[in-house]
Design a binder for this molecule. Structure first.
Ligand code: GLP
Length: 241
């Protein structure tokens, strides 16, 4: 793993955005794996600036998002589809028909998961997978458990995850109880992984992920098995590394 710790935000976002931009410059048809959460927002903002400055184009790229809440109407402001539109897709030249986010309001969720995997299989592999990490070590919505699923699947969100995400909803009762997530197996198929971690509340999770034992109780620790992972940490997240 290539772990980089940043003392200022500017270098953090510039390094993350440059990695994505240089991929698109060398391979305009790149398949991007995208993540939501607060950690990647700055990188998305910088990519929008780079696009506006003519430094990068997404016109031929495609994207696959990691996860989506189950049960929210698609136009709900807290769906991950809405998040991606707001922070990235609406501001760049990506063809929306080539952006993919699991459909959490599908009638048949199992069929939706299967279809998502089939799309990933036929259009993949993902060239660069952006990831965040949950304070409990989750990636996507792969929660710590005795075992982990390889492909896209429906998960029951842990109370801790619902509490962590309650800040985006009127109350904890409004936070969905389930989500669709790409599995750890699908995540690990990406050619390169860019893990973006910000905030002191992630310090323990990221230390476990990169220095702890490889265990399904810390799904991010499985990233240690991947040959090409870049980890960007801010000061808070990197304080124990
Ligand atoms: C959610 C997402 C994860 C993300 C995590 C961390 O739980 N499902 O994919 O990594 O949030 O978010 P943040 O970057 O806001 O800490």
């Amino acid at each position: 793993m290539n772990i980089m710790k940043f003392h200022n935000d500017e270098d953090f976002v510039q390094t993350g955005a440059s990695l994505v931009a240089s991929l698109l410059q060398s391979n305009p048809k790149a398949v991007l794996g995208l993540a939501t959460g607060s950690s990647p927002i700055g990188v998305y903002e910088r990519l929008v600036q780079m696009y506006r400055g003519g430094l990068v184009s997404f016109a031929k790229a495609s994207s696959y998002n990691l996860d989506e809440y189950v049960g929210l109407p698609t136009d709900h402001p807290e769906t991950y589809r809405s998040f991606m539109n707001k922070h990235l897709f609406s501001h760049i030249d990506i063809d929306l028909s080539r952006t993919h986010v699991p459909n959490g309001s599908a009638k048949d969720l199992e069929a939706e998961c299967l279809a998502y995997d089939q799309m990933l299989e036929s259009n993949g592999p993902v060239d660069l997978q952006i990831l965040g990490i949950g304070s409990n070590g989750h990636i996507g919505f792969n929660e710590p458990d005795a075992g982990l699923s390889s492909g896209t699947h429906v998960v029951d969100l842990l109370q801790a995850t619902r509490e962590a995400n309650a800040r985006f909803f009127p109350s904890i009762d409004d936070v969905p109880r389930q989500a669709i997530t790409m599995g750890v197996g699908s995540i690990l198929k990406a050619r390169q992984i860019l893990l973006l971690v910000r905030g002191a509340e992630k310090a323990e999770a990221i230390r476990n992920a990169v220095q702890g034992p490889i265990t399904t109780q810390c799904p991010a620790s499985l990233l240690q098995t991947h040959p090409n992972v870049v980890v960007l940490l801010d000061e808070g997240a990197g304080q124990w590394l």
